[in-house]
Design a protein around this ligand. Structure first.
Ligand SMILES: [Zn+2]
Ligand SMILES: [Zn+2]
Length: 255
């Protein structure tokens, strides 16, 4: 398989997952469900013009992520990293465990990398672009500056040298990452308050976009709790009553 074909295949898969997840969520919740789910809306509606920018930056980031995944695939083919291509070599149970290990490693890495990206000297060069979307739609899930796209995937390269990973595990991980990223950027809250103690919610990440401080986690509400970087109003925003007005889950974040 030529390198170009491999890159095209990985990119197309990644872009298709993004289009299905972000596009599906936007269609079902933002368009068709706009009236029906009005009570779940976290902020007021953003100006429509931002969706095009969110998609453009996301497509660029996915191409960068895919090119780095192509390189790690090639290192496995060359026998340099521990990537393998026969599922039977370790079995399906191991494959599922390897996906879970990737999630835990990525979550911890992301918390600290995200905190670093909020350092004033780093923020404006790397992470500011993602925060121009103070009221994101699902299409903002991968709307990163190219430098941030590199930071987002950098954890995987060293891991590939200590953890045997099959391409199917990487594909499954891309699907899980994208689904959860879309939920984080959904702008609507469907989870019960109990979920908020352990996992990221749309309210959690929406507050991060609105305020640009605290709330650095990717999946699990562990590092933010351990390090005291959850905003005090987070739990209250999740506890809000169903009959409260739309877009008033928390104050000061409206366009
Ligand atoms: Zn975000
Ligand atoms: Zn941030």
């Amino acid at each position: 398989m030529s390198t170009l074909f491999l890159f095209a295949a990985i990119s197309l898969f990644f872009l298709a997952v993004y289009a299905l997840c972000a596009g599906g969520a936007y269609l079902l919740v933002w368009s068709v469900g706009r009236e029906r789910y009005a009570a779940q809306r976290i902020q007021k509606y953003p100006r429509p013009a931002q969706v095009g920018r969110e998609i453009a930056w996301s497509v660029l980031s996915i191409l960068i992520l895919s090119s780095l995944l192509t390189i790690t695939w090639l290192t496995a083919q060359a026998g340099w990293s521990l990537g393998y291509f026969e599922v039977d070599q370790y079995g399906w149970t191991y494959l599922a465990v390897s996906v879970a290990v990737m999630a835990v490693v990525h979550d911890t890495y992301y918390y600290w990398a995200h905190r670093l990206m909020h350092h004033p000297k780093v923020f404006r060069h790397v992470h500011k672009l993602h925060h121009t979307f103070t009221n994101p739609t699902p299409f903002a899930s991968y709307a990163f500056h190219p430098l941030e796209a590199v930071v987002e995937v950098a954890w995987y390269a060293p891991l590939a040298f200590v953890l045997p990973v099959h391409p199917v595990a990487v594909a499954a991980y891309i699907v899980i990452l994208t689904v959860l990223n879309v939920i984080s950027h959904l702008g609507y809250e469907f989870y019960s308050p109990g979920v908020a103690r352990w996992f990221i919610t749309s309210t959690h990440h929406n507050l991060h976009h609105a305020r640009s401080k605290g709330h650095f986690m990717l999946y699990f509400n562990l590092w933010d709790r351990w390090m005291g970087t959850n905003m005090p109003e987070y739990e209250a925003a999740m506890q809000r009553k169903e009959d409260e007005p739309v877009a008033l889950r928390y104050h000061g974040a409206h366009e």
